[in-house]
Write a protein that binds this ligand. Structure first.
Ligand code: CO8
Length: 255
């Protein structure tokens, strides 16, 4: 069975995690497929944005515990997972997560790696690693605290307890909560609205936003200005402003 389903409608590529028998647990093979699909999408001009989703009951139940159980420390040291995550993280185009049901452990980490998370009202987000005698290892501690702040991050990581969709939205982890039956459709529509914008501007904006958590405000403002200036050399910038002034829709070309 194909563990990662792929479908494209107009400029939106949807990647569906499909290991229902393991609650979409993210084993290395599935992460490799995800990394490859995103690398392909990166170089495909017909893809403007990507939505990652699971199914109606679970986004992903974390790392594959059956795979992890057999790994001792040397094997964990040599685990290709960090590289797989880094490849996924490098994806430069807008990346959305449409989350229904459980997003636990690595599933929650995958959602948090995405630029925008939309959640069904049945979604829950948690980092239960502590209950397994381990801790988050794919960005969970770092991304969660930057996203939801100290109080909730410590609470979630040290108790392993999950939060629901409303709590996740109030905390800033989720952009919007939708009825569960509409999460994917709503995410795809949002992705389509994003994907109609100029590709280079989207990538520059994403790059600037991501750097906000890495560098100082002064450096961030400088880099923002550089990216803004670079966009002045694009045809799409001419087109976008001309279209506004001529009261017509812009026809962006990605140049
Ligand atoms: N890995 C492997 N198999 C899983 C996983 C998983 N994470 N989750 C569920 N499954 C399997 C079960 O073993 C079971 O398989 P089988 O039929 O062979 O017994 C099948 O899926 C169904 O499971 P349940 O009967 O438990 O299904 P429910 O629908 O009743 O419950 C839950 C769903 C709530 C999601 C439940 O399965 C659960 O709690 N799963 C574990 C969640 C968890 O602890 N996740 C954290 C994993 S650790 C992690 O992500 C750390 C990442 C750090 C990586 C660092 C790398 C460098």
């Amino acid at each position: 069975m194909n563990e990662l389903l792929s479908s494209q409608k107009q400029r939106v590529l949807t990647l569906t995690l499909n290991r229902p028998e393991a609650r979409n647990a993210l084993n290395n093979a599935l992460l490799e497929q995800l990394a490859q699909a995103l690398e392909k999408a990166q170089h495909d001009d017909s893809v403007g944005a990507v939505v990652i989703t699971g199914n109606a009951r679970f986004f992903a139940a974390g790392a594959d515990l059956k795979e992890m159980a057999s790994r001792d420390m040397p094997a964990t040291l040599n685990d290709p997972r960090p590289q797989l995550w880094a490849r996924i993280e490098r994806f430069p185009k807008p990346l959305l997560a449409a989350v229904n049901g459980y997003a636990l452990g690595a599933g929650c980490e995958l959602a948090m790696l995405c630029d925008i998370v939309l959640a069904g009202d049945n979604a829950s987000f948690g980092l239960p690693e502590i209950t397994l005698g381990i801790m988050p290892g794919a960005g969970g501690t770092q991304r969660l605290i930057r996203c939801v702040g100290k109080a909730l991050a410590y609470r979630m990581v040290l108790t392993g307890e999950a939060i629901n969709a409303t709590q996740a939205q109030q905390a800033g982890l989720v952009a919007e909560v939708t009825p569960a039956a509409l999460t994917l459709e709503y995410s795809q529509k949002l992705a389509a609205r994003i994907a109609q914008h100029a590709p280079l501007a989207l990538q520059a904006a994403k790059m600037a936003l991501r750097q906000a958590h890495e560098i100082s405000l002064t450096q961030g403002l400088q880099q923002e200005r550089q990216l803004f200036t670079l966009l002045a050399a694009t045809e799409d910038r001419q087109e976008g402003i001309a279209a506004f002034l001529e009261k017509r829709p812009a026809a962006f070309k990605g140049r």
